[in-house]
Design a protein around this ligand. Sequence first.
Ligand code: ATP
Ligand code: MG
Length: 442
Amino acid sequence: MNIPIPTYVSTVINRLEACGFEAYIVGGCVRDALLSTEPFDYDVTTSAKPHEVKAALAGYRIIETGIKHGTVTVLADGNPIEVTTFRCDGEYTDHRRPDSVNLTDKLSEDLCRRDFTVNAMAYSEKRGLIDLFGGTADLEKHMIRCVGDAEKRFDEDALRILRCLRFAATLDFQIEKKTSDAVKEKRHLLRFVSAERIAVELTKMLCGKAAARILTEYSDVICLIIPELQAAIGLDQLNPHHIYDVYTHIVKVVEATPPKAHLRLAALFHDIAKPKMMTTDEKGVGHFYGHPKESAAMARDIMKRLKMDNKTINTVCRLVELHDVRPEANKKALKKYLAKNPDVDTDDIMAIRRADLAAQNPVYHHQFDYLNESEKIINELKATDCCLSVSQLDINGKDIAELGAEGKQIGEILNKLLYNVIEDKTANEKNALIKRAKQLIK
Ligand code: ATP
Ligand code: MG
């Protein structure tokens, strides 16, 4: 078995070996290399203690990132490599982190503490592949399986429950039966995991190739993190536009959305308020008036609870809010729409609207023509330098102030002028704008 390792990594390994230590690449990079995908970064595990690593790698820039846990970061040709001394974990009492970690000189003990068989392999050019738990066999079977007893491993560290779903989604692997049963059995331990870590794993999972399958098969785990989704499960929409219950529709929209975090989050939340907003008319047809706004409000609460960053929260909420706005496919209506929503990326909103339509009753799929036409016009508008924002007007706040307007009124007048220009009622030309502004100020 030969795994290609970049020279900057093998140089570090060879230096450690030359000083009499064992050193290997380990974990995710071995897994990814065996799957022929480019590893994101390289982790090295070694028998050398941190001070020995520093001595063996004299001349390298070394940052003591986790010295207590035996980890230093080595900068090799500008690339960070985490070099960690073989270690085994002590007792776990908080379902999240070991009370202590002990350095050891046995690679086998280090591999034992790792979460899944596919993540528990080490490799070096000199010593070959060390696979003590059947990691390569599981890679071939496309299987995520805990190292050791699954229930015990999830008991020790509940984050592994989400890591399990994340790897199954990103690698498109099945979860081995005992591991899968343990995920469900131990899901309540997720309350011991910090919001930030949940957010990271959830987002990575959502961007995975098999996110839809995981959201479907492990909805009970997902609903522990986002209980607001529970009411969507199995809820018949009683509406001709829909052939799926709300949760299944949500999952299908996630699947049809490009795998970018903000888009997949927007897809997950876009209809979350539907159960709350549902009404049934006298004909028995379901309606969801006001659900986009309410879904955005719920999404904001959920993402805040998960301590996501403000930029993500705002971007996602705007997409959720706008997912059901349908401006007519003509220049005037779309100019107004763009002027009203300058903060929203039109490619993003089109991606969500397409995915939403794709997950609706195919009888209505002719509406893709309308979406295509809208997109074409939007792109044309963006390519020309037509006026879509106040800053593009041939007049500014100072000019308006000189005409006698004050304070808030200045902005209001500029906005009115913008809409006049969009509706072709006024030319975007200074004299015409001044004339119109004077009328508005009166
Ligand atoms: P990626 O970097 O693509 O997210 P990875 O497998 O490299 O995947 P990391 O979080 O970087 O994941 O962790 C590196 C390695 O450390 C893992 O492959 C695994 O062997 C081990 N590991 C990480 N987190 C845990 C954990 N919570 N419990 C046990 N082992 C873990
Ligand atoms: Mg990694």
